[in-house]
Design a protein around this ligand. Structure first.
Ligand SMILES: *[C@@H]1O[C@H](CO)[C@@H](O)[C@H](O)[C@H]1NC(C)=O
Ligand SMILES: *[C@@H]1O[C@H](CO)[C@@H](O)[C@H](O)[C@H]1NC(C)=O
Ligand SMILES: *[C@@H]1O[C@H](CO)[C@@H](O)[C@H](O)[C@H]1NC(C)=O
Ligand SMILES: [Zn+2]
Length: 607
């Protein structure tokens, strides 16, 4: 321990002789020959060495005794099973929570919103606020602004990679073993709970390896155990059913005709595909592992919309409780506990949409899931910890906005968000349905007139956003650009509440780190690289060595597949000439983007 060594170095005795002997040592090092010296001097040196040795021995013993006393004092009243880093030695559970796209401002926004709607005092806080321990720096290997794939690879592999990488590394494009894979192999039970597609970047990074995050069809196969390591996940709950259904099936989005649900069932997975099946799990007390629960074709609806459709979709809190109960029951008699990842996935989506009303409800839903995890840890007999962070911020959110060139207001209005009953995404889908009904049915000319459409939109906006002062420009924008109506609806709420956004993408601001146990997570107190969070996860579970073995295994497998030409379908092709997936293209070099991109349409609006 560094603390124990320090006094010896500091108190090294100095005398006029020591400088002589230092010179002699340096000579010997340079020439390879001991420097000549007379016998008397050598005898003196010998006694002096013995004296010094004895002194050093006594000093070291004293330091060790003092350090032990100090340690003892520090650890008094703590779990005796802990080692000096705070990591427990016995059976343990690790719950890693990710709030995708949630930056510090999301917390201020949501805290004030709840104080307003629930008439709470200004000092009322979210559950998360009480658990803050540090901040994470999020840049990826090829950009100062990370995406979720590189962000999650920092957690799963504890290494920086390029935007789009699903647990593969830059340069070599080789897979890296993940903490979840290693945990499974040494006997932990594992789980993934999300509100977006289970094949999306964050969950994918823990149990699959591909070179581009878009390869979700391939990710689905790897998640159920069709990858080189076989099955490494015991429980998956979330959305993204469409990547598990064969092309042509209702609700499918696979490009091939593989029935991944069938593949999974043949491998022993218990599959449920709806709320009824979920209710049958009895919040985890009636679960048979491995369990695959997919409750939406793509994303589970935003909480702001889901709360009106509770009969169809489970909440994040319910899924979290189910997973915790199921995994703790399944590991009750085992030596090892479980590793569970829970993601509040769509905080990010609300940021991409610049939709503050959708966002506050997402953060509140995440906060309730955090609360459920805390309650579980309090009542569970096994040692455990919850560590929570974000992969990055999304939207460049600001809780203030200057609407006019004159002096800015020092305020924002939660009441506007409180009057908004649905997400921009949901309202846009109502609008789009209306438009397609207009084009597909015979309607009278008055119904199809733009006046009728204006009335429709004015009423829709009043009913869903609670906005009665819609401007003609806003209505025209909705009529002219129906494809980005989701953004326009959200913008109407943002402007009126005086909430600002700087991008429909991600930003580089540091994000918060939270933990249920600041001492056990002391390595994450303060400001850290996101890769240090990954290092903490593997260290807490004690799987550092196993992760290296998994990496070796994956690379051997990769060599075999490379020889047989099947590597392409597993990992995705090596980038084509000129295509630099992991390049340094975005690192700080300005190339006139302001002009080039000023008028560009949002064509991907990707996440
Ligand atoms: C909030 O402030 C009130 C009034 O000052 C005080 O009574 C209450 O204890 C505070 N609550 C918290 C959680 O600090
Ligand atoms: C919210 O709705 C209430 C009731 O409909 C209304 O009185 C209030 O003015 C609205 N607030 C805002 C900011 O629009
Ligand atoms: C907007 O108009 C509707 C219908 O007249 C009314 O119910 C609602 O309270 C109004 N909202 C505001 C914010 O004034
Ligand atoms: Zn993300």
């Amino acid at each position: 321990m560094a603390r124990g060594e320090e006094p010896l170095l500091v108190q090294r005795p100095s005398s006029e002789h020591s400088s002589d002997s230092q010179i002699a040592e340096e000579d010997a090092l340079l020439t390879g020959q001991p420097s000549p010296r007379n016998e008397a001097s050598s005898r003196y040196r010998r006694w002096r060495e013995i004296g010094l040795f004895t002194w050093a021995l006594l000093a070291t013993a004293a330091v060790i005794i003092l350090a032990t006393l100090y340690q003892h004092q520090q650890t008094e009243g703590r779990n005796d099973d802990d080692n000096d880093a705070g990591t427990p030695l016995g059976k343990r559970n690790l719950i890693f929570m990710v709030s995708d796209g949630m930056g510090p401002t999301s917390l201020s926004l949501t805290r004030s919103f709840r104080q307003y709607t629930d008439h709470l005092p200004y000092n009322d806080t979210l559950v998360l606020d009480e658990l803050l321990i540090g901040q994470s720096r999020t840049r990826s290997s090829n950009s100062l602004v990370t995406d979720s794939a590189a962000g999650a690879t920092a957690f799963s592999c504890a290494q920086k990679s390029y935007n789009g990488a699903i647990s593969v590394l830059p340069g070599s494009f080789q897979p890296c073993g993940t903490v979840l894979e290693a945990a499974k192999r040494v006997g932990y039970m594992t789980g993934l709970v999300v509100t977006t597609r289970i094949t999306d970047a964050t969950p994918a990074c823990f149990a699959s390896h591909v070179r581009r995050r878009e390869m979700e069809d391939q990710i689905a196969l790897q998640l159920v155990g069709e990858g080189p390591l076989g099955r490494t996940v015991d429980l998956m709950l979330g959305g993204g059913r469409c990547h598990f259904l064969p092309k042509g099936r209702k609700g499918a989005c696979r490009v091939d005709s593989t029935d991944v649900v069938k593949v999974a069932e043949e491998k022993g997975w218990n599959y449920i595909g709806n709320r009824e099946g979920f209710d049958g799990l009895k919040l985890g007390s009636a679960v048979e592992l491995p369990l695959l629960g997919l409750f939406a074709d793509t994303d589970i609806p935003y909480e702001i919309d889901r709360r009106f459709d509770d009969e169809t979709y489970p909440s994040l809190e319910e899924m979290a409780k189910t997973a915790l109960k199921a995994l703790s029951e399944a590991t009750r008699d085992s030596e090892k506990g479980f590793f569970l990842v829970i993601e509040g996935s769509r905080i990010d989506h609300a940021g991409h949409s610049n939709d503050p009303a959708a966002q506050v409800h997402e953060v509140l839903a995440y906060d309730r899931a955090v609360s459920a995890v805390l309650k579980f840890l309090e009542n569970d007999g096994t040692t455990g910890i919850m560590v929570a962070t974000s992969d990055h911020e999304t939207g460049g959110l600001a809780t203030a906005r200057q609407l006019h060139p004159t002096y800015p207001d020092y305020l924002w209005y939660p009441s506007v968000l409180a009057n908004t009953t649905h997400s921009g995404e949901h309202i846009a889908s109502i609008y789009h349905s209306h438009l397609s009904s207009l084009s597909s049915h015979s309607h009278s000319p008055t119904e199809r007139s733009s006046d009728a459409l204006r009335n429709f939109l004015t009423t829709l906006v009043s009913r869903t956003l609670g906005i009665n002062d819609t401007s003609p420009q806003e209505i025209e924008s909705l009529i002219e650009h129906p494809a980005i109506a989701e953004y326009t609806f959200a913008d109407m709420t943002s402007r009126r509440s005086q909430i600002g956004w700087s991008t429909h993408g991600h930003s580089a601001v540091d994000v918060n780190i939270y933990s249920s146990d600041a001492r056990a997570a002391s390595a994450l107190v303060g400001n850290h690289e996101n890769t240090e969070i990954g290092e903490f996860l593997r260290r807490y579970l004690g799987v550092e060595d196993e992760v290296e073995k998994v990496t070796e295994l994956l690379r051997e497998e990769m060599d075999l597949l490379s020889e047989s030409g099947e590597l392409e379908s597993w990992l995705g092709g090596v980038p084509k000439e000129g295509e630099r997936l992991d390049g340094q293209d975005h690192l700080g070099r300005y190339a006139g983007d302001f002009k080039h991109k000023r008028h560009a349409e949002c064509d991907v609006c990707g996440r």
